[in-house]
Structure formats: structure tokens, C-alpha cells
Design a protein around this ligand. Structure first.
Ligand code: HEM
Length: 153
């Protein structure tokens, strides 16, 4: 009886990047600890206009919770893809209430990748580089093609 991942592969979905992405996240966690502060520092440096959207999050709890969800979604997106595509679509709609522009989604995924690479330091490999680069391209295409239908822009 094939497991879920095998079914996903047989269905044409690829999880060939899952190992490299997961190892990079593990190493980044071991070396860099909680990446929340760094991810949002980079976000607000690159996209200062988004800072005000988090004004209610004085203790950074929402930021941490959101980053955890985004990382889980990326792992699912490159793996079995049981829910990540639906989650990203749903969050694009939910986040309209927070006035989060669609472009911020691609920017955020890229920042996660950059901060993971930075935290991995010398342990960052070419396989990780290729995996993240392809995954960001896939996520960008997904956000462009699918989310525009959802949020109508
Ligand atoms: C797949 C992508 C995303 C997921 C899964 C996600 C998930 C979440 C979740 C679960 C929360 C609620 C956290 C809580 O209340 O504990 C949240 C809140 C929020 N997210 Fe996201 N998010 C995503 C992308 C983004 C992006 C790209 C931005 C903009 C940079 C953003 C901005 C916000 C803001 C401003 C809040 C609410 C702050 C408040 O309640 O005052 N999110 N997100």
C-alpha cells in the first residue's frame, strides 16, 4: 500500500526538494534558534510600509505564530502538499482584513529563505540553494497565478 508521499509523487507532484529544505530548516534552528526576530527585522527593513500592520502585536506572539505556520506550509508545499496550497489561498483572503498586499506573500517567503540561508552559514549546501530557489519560483508562480483569482487583483 503506497503511503501519502508516494501517491503524491505518482500523481506528478514533486517532493524532490523536501529533504534539502527540511535539513536547512533543522540546521537553521540548531544554529540560529528562533528565527522570528531576524525574519521580521529583514521584513521591516525591506518593506517598511508593512511595519504598521503589526502594531497590535506588541509581544511578537502573532509574528512567531505566523512564522511557524508559514514554515509548516513551506514544508508541506515541497512535500506531500496536503494543505499548503489551500492554506496560502485562504490566508491571502483572510489577510485582506489586515490589508496585507498579495506581493507581500512572495516577499515573505523569500525573506524566510534568506534568513534560513544566513542561519545555516557554512552548512548551507548547493542542494539547499537549488531547493529553495526552485521552491521560491514555484511559490511565486503559485501566488501570481492562483492568488490573483482569489483576491481579484
Ligand atoms: C502563507 C502565508 C501566511 C500565513 C500562513 C500566515 C498566517 C497568519 C496567522 C496564523 C496569523 C494569526 C496569528 C495569531 O493571531 O496568533 C496571522 C496574522 C497576521 N499576518 Fe500572516 N500569514 C501569512 C502571510 C502574511 C504576510 C505575507 C504578511 C505581511 C507581511 C502577513 C501579515 C500578518 C498580519 C499583519 C497579521 C495580524 C496582526 C494582528 O492581528 O494585528 N501575513 N498570519
Amino acid at each position: 500500500m503506497p503511503d501519502g508521499a508516494a501517491v503524491a509523487r505518482a500523481g506528478g507532484r514533486t517532493d524532490r526538494y523536501a529533504d534539502a529544505i527540511e535539513s536547512s530548516l533543522e540546521i537553521a534552528g540548531e544554529r540560529g534558534g528562533d528565527l522570528t526576530a531576524r525574519v521580521y527585522a529583514v521584513l521591516f527593513a525591506r518593506e517598511p510600509q508593512l511595519y504598521g500592520l503589526f502594531s497590535r502585536d506588541a509581544d511578537d506572539a502573532i509574528k512567531g505564530e505566523m512564522l511557524a505556520k508559514v514554515i509548516e506550509a513551506i514544508v508541506d508545499f515541497v512535500g506531500e502538499r496536503r494543505y499548503a496550497d489551500y492554506l496560502i489561498e485562504a490566508e491571502a483572503a483572510n489577510h485582506e482584513a489586515y490589508e496585507v498586499p498579495r506581493a507581500a506573500f512572495a516577499a515573505f517567503f523569500r525573506i524566510v529563505a534568506d534568513v534560513v540561508r544566513e542561519a545555516c552559514g557554512a552548512d548551507w549546501t548547493r542542494a539547499m540553494d537549488a531547493a529553495w530557489s526552485e521552491t521560491l519560483t514555484d511559490l511565486d508562480a503559485y501566488v501570481e497565478n492562483r492568488l490573483c483569482e482569489v483576491v481579484g487583483s
